[in-house]
Each structure stands twice: as C-alpha cells, then as structure tokens.
Design a binder for this molecule. Structure first.
Ligand code: TMP
Length: 209
C-alpha cells in the first residue's frame, strides 16, 4: 500500500487550513493524488456530530459525552474515508485527528490518559498517521487570529487557561513521539511555515513514490 495519512494539529488559529491547501497544491503539482478531509466532519454523519460539538448553545455538554462524540466521529471518518483513501494509494491530509482528543479532552478537560488510549484503539482500529504536523504558537496569538475569522464556536469560547493546557498537551505528544510528530513554528509567514512543513513531508513522500 502506497497511501499516506498526514495529519495537521494545533490550537485555534494555528493556520492549519491554509497550510493544508498549500500542501495539497504542492503534492498535486508532483502528480500525487491527494485528498483533504477533517475531524470532526468529513463524512455526512461526522458533519452532524460537528454541529453538536461546536454549537455554542451546547454549554450543557458533559466532558465524557464530548469525548465520546469526537471518538464516534473519528470511528466513522476512519472507516468511511481514511481507509478508503489509503487503499486507493492516495495521500490523505486530515485537518485534526486523534491527537486533538488527547490534547483537548485529555489535557484540556482532564479526561484520564488510559480512557483516551482505549478510545483511540477502539475508534482507529490501528489506523495511525504516518506523519503529524503540529503547528505551534502561543495560545494568545492563536486566539487573536481565530477571533478575526468570525464568531467563536463552543470550544473557542473556553478560557485562555484551557487553550494553554491544550497547547501543552500537543507539545507533550510531540515529546513522546518525535518520529511521528513534527513541531512547526506557526508564527512566521504562511510561505515560511509551508517551507518548514515541506522539509518534513518530502522525505516521507519519497518513501512511497
Ligand atoms: P476546527 O476543525 O475548525 O479546528 O474545529 C474543531 C474544534 O473541535 C476545535 O476547537 C478543536 C476541537 N476538537 C476537540 O476538542 N477534540 C477533537 O478530538 C477534535 C478532532 C477537535
């Protein structure tokens, strides 16, 4: 199998969407078939789950219900989209994946590590990213950028301390899995960030070409 799963992670306002589009353009210019997808969402069922978890009116959502909704989205998305793309030897670029649950629900909401690990095992059935690009920046800068993009969703409305825990959660994953997770400084210009991303993507792509 020559497919690749490359995931983008980071706090709010880290510029993932811009960078995913830039990477797709670059990969397609090399004739590498590429698909962009996202979590939560990417499937019809997942988009319904996305509406529930991001709706600012859902302030009553319990943390355990929240983590299960994200896991349900991931199980559906992996079975319906990711597996299919990898089997078709495509490069699948996913805007958020399991690390977001570890960071937001694990570090952010203090859900037990063991529970998070079990949920990943159950939802992913062994489907792990080949490479993860963690776009890192201070939470204050990220939230300021996100605020420019419009009305904040349920998660963006969380306190600065929550986003600080999420950022540290992501950095903790990168420390534990340096081979898979590459930390990218997200503060410079989009062009500079794209170059830095490419320096990590190109060797991985070379392996399957
Ligand atoms: P985004 O895709 O526009 O960044 O929005 C998704 C939001 O959901 C974002 O605030 C991060 C959050 N999220 C979690 O809390 N847990 C998860 O597992 C995932 C995938 C996203």
């Amino acid at each position: 199998m020559n497919g690749l799963l490359i995931t983008f992670e980071g706090i709010e306002g880290s510029g993932k969407s811009t960078q995913i589009e830039l990477l797709r353009t670059r990969l397609e210019s090399l004739n590498l078939p590429t698909t962009i997808t996202r979590q939560p969402g990417g499937t019809r069922i997942g988009e319904s789950i996305r509406k529930i978890v991001l709706n600012p009116k859902n302030t009553a959502l319990d943390s355990r219900a929240e983590v299960l909704l994200y896991a349900a989205d991931r199980a559906q998305h992996t079975a319906e989209i990711v597996q299919r793309e990898l089997e078709a030897d495509r490069i699948c670029l996913c805007d958020r994946f399991a690390d977001s649950t570890t960071a937001y629900q694990g570090a952010g909401r203090a859900i037990d590590d063991a529970d998070i690990h079990w949920l990943h095992r159950f939802a992913l059935q062994g489907c792990m990213p080949d490479l993860t690009l963690l776009l890192d920046l201070p939470e204050k800068d990220g939230l300021a950028r996100a605020a420019k993009a419009g009305e904040p969703d349920r998660i963006e409305r969380e306190a600065l301390e929550f986003h600080a825990r999420v950022r540290q959660g992501f950095l903790g994953i990168a420390e534990q899995e340096p081979e898979r997770v590459k930390v990218i400084d997200a503060l410079p210009s989009a062009e500079t960030v794209a170059q830095s991303i490419w320096s990590h993507v190109s060797p991985v792509v070379e392996r399957v070409r």
